[in-house]
Design a binder for this molecule. Structure first.
Ligand SMILES: Nc1ncnc2c1ncn2[C@@H]1O[C@H](COP(=O)(O)OP(=O)(O)O)[C@@H](O)[C@H]1O
Ligand SMILES: [Mg+2]
Length: 588
């Protein structure tokens, strides 16, 4: 007796359904995508009992005539592609012609559709078999009702979760589409109650506001960036807000919602040094790439894509998010102003030269924080100020530094338009040094101080290995190190971030910290090294600062890209607003 037999088409459909139709949420996703592919402007979704009793999706799209409606339930029947080449850059969500037959094979389905107002068709099917076809009056558009999902596959039915959990999946599926197709109106109800009413939205921010709340949406930072062939736009969470509410991750590539851990990780990498390890930001990112750079046909539910040049994509996303974070809380959050404004194109490097050189130790002394002048962000600010004033009054710019006061040898206090501001001196200096060290590691100038009496250090084996691994980078930071054989070394030059700097201790602590860490990519290795050395090298709480030192710290901090955050993601700046003070004094 032969042991192999070709499966009947109904069994084959049920097997295929296992891939496409996992849960009620996948039915909703497929039906909503079909409605979008049909050009719908409004989509209505009715769900009962978490989708286990009924899922009904209605649209005002192009509809189908009778022949097409019958064909739509056949396997591999699609209006969306004809040849395999059409798959490249396919603009529709669907293209396999699998969803309707798969859903139909495991439910009782009613398809009502009309290609023009009035004359329509209603078609009933159960378990993949068409039961009857009749005329129906319907406006242009399509309604697909799916009742009793998995009624004929008890094994699958058993795996359905509670109505609540299935409903959560459905609302997540709709949220995902609603974020990518913001032009479409969505009305969703569950067990007779309105769950979502989303009018067409003019922007991602508006849609996020309608889905959650407007305040949440307003708190997000805009991403808008082009790098190479990748265009990245969207909204991301401010570092200060990360971890304070539910984490939300939504990603689309060429208008298609996808999951992609690599892209998420690159976006998160942009936050490194602004948020504590372990908390993760919310991200809403839309990527546009040339059609031939992605393959959309690699996942049964089309939830993942494959990139031709993943590395370039990930770099682009990381850069885009990093630039978005760089736009916040840069110099203006210190209330820094430049006047008079510099001439356009004039080097703004002359900012408070006297202060930068004031401390007791030459130009490498405290806060030689901006080798080669201002950081790009501060220079940009100066340029912008120049542009707004015009060339007539142009002179050498000067940073307006408010009167500064040190408190408890720990904080530097000053006033600005909005209120009283406190800077944590250690965190702030750490941020300044971190950015300086990163520039040095990426090839910038390396200021260092040659020691009159070279240091001799004896290292343990783990520290010795850490030194071997990081030697070149440490030299870029200003440590000139000579081997002495074995694990004894002689240090000829050291960085000199401030007069109280203890080079030996810094080097030892840094090597100890690095010897415990596991290997990482070059970029993050640099970040870790810069953060570690910055932490060890920065002035400490308890160090008394002279006025000149406080002023230099203020100038240097205002020149960093993220002055409000230290390298561990904690705050460096705390503001007490005048309004808050007035409230406390009962003046309001
Ligand atoms: N809501 C709808 N409005 C108009 N046509 C539809 C709708 N849903 C399905 N169709 C038609 O039925 C075909 C089969 O749908 P489906 O099985 O989801 O496959 P695919 O979307 O991959 O083409 C589609 O190609 C389309 O022509
Ligand atoms: Mg489809």
């Amino acid at each position: 007796m032969p042991r192999i037999a070709v499966l009947s088409s109904s069994v084959a459909d049920q097997i295929a359904a296992g891939e496409v139709v996992e849960r009620p949420a996948s039915v909703v996703k497929e039906l909503v995508e079909n409605a979008l592919d049909a050009g719908a402007g409004t989509i209505e979704v009715v769900v009962e009992d978490g989708g286990r009793v009924l899922i009904r999706v209605s649209d005002d799209g192009c509809g189908m005539d009778r022949d097409d409606a019958l064909l739509a339930l056949e396997r591999h029947a699609t209006s969306k592609i004809r040849r395999s080449e059409d798959l490249v850059g396919v603009p529709t969500f669907g293209f396999r012609g699998e969803a309707l037959p798969a859903i139909c094979s495991v439910s009782q389905l009613e398809l009502t559709t009309s290609a023009e107002d009035g004359a329509g068709t209603v078609l009933r099917a159960a378990g993949g078999t068409v039961l009857d076809v009749r005329d129906a009056a319907r406006r242009r558009g399509t309604t697909v009702g799916v009742a009793r999902l998995f009624y004929n596959v008890p094994a699958r039915q058993k795996f359905l979760r509670s109505a609540r959990s299935e409903w959560r999946g459905i609302s997540e599926a709709i949220t995902t589409v609603a974020l990518t197709r913001r032009d479409v109106r969505f009305a969703v109800s569950h067990d007779g109650r309105t769950a979502l009413a989303l009018p067409p939205a003019s922007s991602l921010r508006a849609r996020v506001g309608a889905l959650w709340n407007a305040r949440y949406a307003e708190g997000l930072l805009e991403v808008d960036d082009v790098a190479g062939e990748t265009c990245t736009s969207g909204l991301v969470e401010r570092p200060a807000d990360v971890g304070t509410s539910t984490r939300r991750i939504y990603l689309s590539v060429n208008g298609r919602a996808v999951r992609d851990n690599g892209i998420v990780r690159s976006a998160e990498a942009a936050y490194r040094s602004t948020i504590p390890a372990g908390v993760r930001p919310s991200l809403f990112l839309d990527l546009i790439v040339p059609a031939d750079m992605v393959d959309v046909n690699v996942h049964p539910a089309k939830a993942e894509v494959r990139f031709r040049d993943r590395w370039a994509m990930e770099r682009a996303v990381e850069g885009a998010v990093r630039r978005a974070l760089g736009t916040i809380e840069s110099a203006p959050s210190l209330g820094v102003r430049y006047w008079p404004a510099p001439a356009p194109g004039a080097a703004p490097a002359a900012v408070d030269v006297e202060v930068l050189q004031a401390p007791p130790v030459s130009r490498d002394g405290l806060f030689a924080a901006t080798p080669g002048g201002l950081s790009p962000a501060a220079a940009e600010l100066a340029r912008a100020a120049a542009a707004s004033v015009g060339p007539a009054q142009a002179e050498v710019p000067e940073l307006a530094i408010p009167p500064l006061l040190q408190l408890r040898r720990t904080y530097v206090m000053f006033e600005r338009d909005e209120g009283v501001v406190l800077i944590d001196q250690h965190s702030a200096h750490e941020r300044v040094l971190y950015e300086q060290f990163m520039r040095q590691l990426e090839g910038g100038e390396t200021p260092s101080q040659r020691l009159l009496f070279p240091l001799t250090l004896h290292l343990g084996p783990a520290e010795g290995d850490a030194l071997d691994e990081h030697r070149a980078a440490l030299e870029r930071l200003g440590f000139e190190i000579e081997g002495f054989g074995g694990h004894t070394l002689v240090v000829q030059s050291v960085p000199l971030p401030h007069p109280r700097f203890d080079a030996e201790r810094c080097l030892r602590d840094t090597l100890a910290a690095l010897s415990g860490a596991r290997a990482a990519g070059a970029a993050s290795r640099h970040e870790r090294l810069a953060a570690t050395v910055a932490c060890k090298a920065a002035i400490k709480a308890g160090d008394a600062l002279s006025l000149a030192e406080m002023r230099a710290l203020f100038v240097a901090l205002s020149g960093t890209t993220l002055p409000a955050h230290d390298v561990h993601g904690r705050s460096t700046i705390v503001q007490l607003s005048w309004a808050e003070l007035e409230r406390r004094f009962g003046r309001q």
